[in-house]
Design a protein around this ligand. Structure first.
Ligand code: USQ
Length: 382
């Protein structure tokens, strides 16, 4: 398929581009290096040494013979995005081009405004570029499980049947996000749903949980192809942070009581899910919402897993609860449905001890690059 990947330099965008190109899809990626720039501004550089996107595409081509077309540009600029759609006429656009950090979005006014403007503008531009330049194009949009928050009822896949005063209708499942970043994803979903209803575009909105890992078949070919793996407080997600902390001998930073439950998935499963969504597109006028997670853990359970495997490897891992910089429930009910992607063919890679050990071994290769000053949370929610 002809696929356009927006945000193709990111932790997920780059491995997605390689995976799709390796499978024979015709891949174009666009990125404006927003994440790289914010990482530099906030002293949150990735653990892994990542060549720029143009160089990585050359390295990938030399290793595989497969080409990834790279465009450095800003999807928030409609003329740039529209021209790219006109040139490439994608059958599917994978939209990752958002400021993805919850802590960054809560840092202050400028960071909140950048997150709001960038994320909503790009989604709005994608919608109009599809309508005007490629009306049959299927939008595969990366949303987040964080859109739902932590409700005291089961989390359905996107929709809820409501019966009120004897009458029933299906509505978007109630959303109550826990950061400004997550709230922009709620607003994205509303925008997409509006244009699905009014213009009949086709959209899959993937509600993804925190992703972990740095190994993919393509990344393993050459260390310069490894995704940008973050362990800092801004871009690092909890599993990747704990693995790096274990390697560096820093006590694992459990925020508060550690009962926060989320749905998690291996990077390998993100690649599968996005490709499954792409190759089984929805009809025009349909918004499909899929919960992109494979298993649920509390923060304490993740810390325990990393400690158990790390200790077995002689790392002598400590776990320490620290004051929670976020406003979130630390003990709560959480039960999220996630059958839609399994029905499409997802074969999950659960977080086994071997998977954790593989991550620890991988991160040990970069031990000398870990900067302990990037670990403790610098942003408070209020
Ligand atoms: N946490 C800790 N200690 C840490 C880091 C995090 O206890 O050192 C806790 C957080 O307080 C939170 C949970 O772990 O309760 C998950 O935090 P996270 O930083 O791994 O994930 P989050 O900020 O929610 O965001 C990440 C990605 C985001 C994606 C989201 C999916 O950065 O782009 O949308 O995961 S979800 O969490 O399901 O909303």
């Amino acid at each position: 398929m002809r696929v356009l990947i927006l945000g193709g330099d990111g932790y997920l965008g780059w491995p997605t581009a390689m995976s799709m190109a390796a499978k024979g899809h015709d891949v174009t990626v666009m990125d404006n290096y927003l994440r790289r720039n914010i990482a530099q501004e906030t002293c949150s550089e990735a653990l892994t040494p990542n060549p720029n996107l143009i160089d990585r595409a050359k390295i990938f081509e030399a290793a595989t013979g497969k080409k990834i077309d790279v465009v450095i540009g800003d999807a928030a600029d409609y003329r740039v995005l529209s021209a790219l759609f006109a040139r490439t006429k994608p059958e599917c656009v994978v939209h990752y081009a958002e400021q993805p950090s919850a802590p960054y979005s809560m840092k202050g006014f400028d960071e909140a405004r950048l997150t709001l403007n960038n994320n909503l503008n790009v989604t709005f531009n994608v919608i109009f570029a599809v309508i005007e330049q490629a009306p049959d194009c299927h939008i595969v949009k990366l949303g987040t499980m964080g859109e739902y928050g932590t409700p005291n009822i089961d989390i359905e896949e996107g929709w809820l049947d409501v019966t009120h005063n004897g009458r029933s209708q299906k509505f978007l499942y109630p959303r109550q996000a826990g950061s400004l970043y997550h709230t922009t994803k709620v607003l994205d979903t509303d925008l997409l749903w509006f244009y699905v209803r009014t213009y009949g575009i086709r959209v899959t909105d993937l509600m993804q949980g925190p992703v972990y890992g740095l190994s993919t078949p393509e990344a393993d070919m050459d260390e310069r192809l490894v995704p940008n793996f973050h362990y800092d407080d801004i871009f690092g997600t909890v599993v990747n942070r704990f693995v790096t902390q274990a390697v560096a001998g820093i006590p694992l930073t459990v925020y508060g009581k550690g009962g926060q439950t989320r749905g998690y998935l291996n990077l390998l499963d993100t690649l599968q899910c996005v490709e499954l969504a792409m190759t089984s597109p929805v009809k025009k006028g349909e918004l499909r919402i899929l919960n992109q997670i494979v298993e649920q853990f509390t923060v304490n359970q993740i810390a325990e897993k990393v400690k158990t495997v790390g200790d077995r490897m002689g790392l002598n891992v400590a776990v320490k609860s620290i004051e929670n910089p976020r406003k979130e429930m630390e003990e709560h009910y959480y039960n999220a449905k996630c059958s839609g992607l399994i029905e499409l063919g997802l074969k999950p890679h659960p977080m086994t001890d071997d998977v954790v050990a593989g991550m620890l071994e991988n991160v040990l290769r970069y031990k000398d690059r870990i900067d302990p000053s990037k670990v403790m949370p610098r942003v408070k929610w209020s």
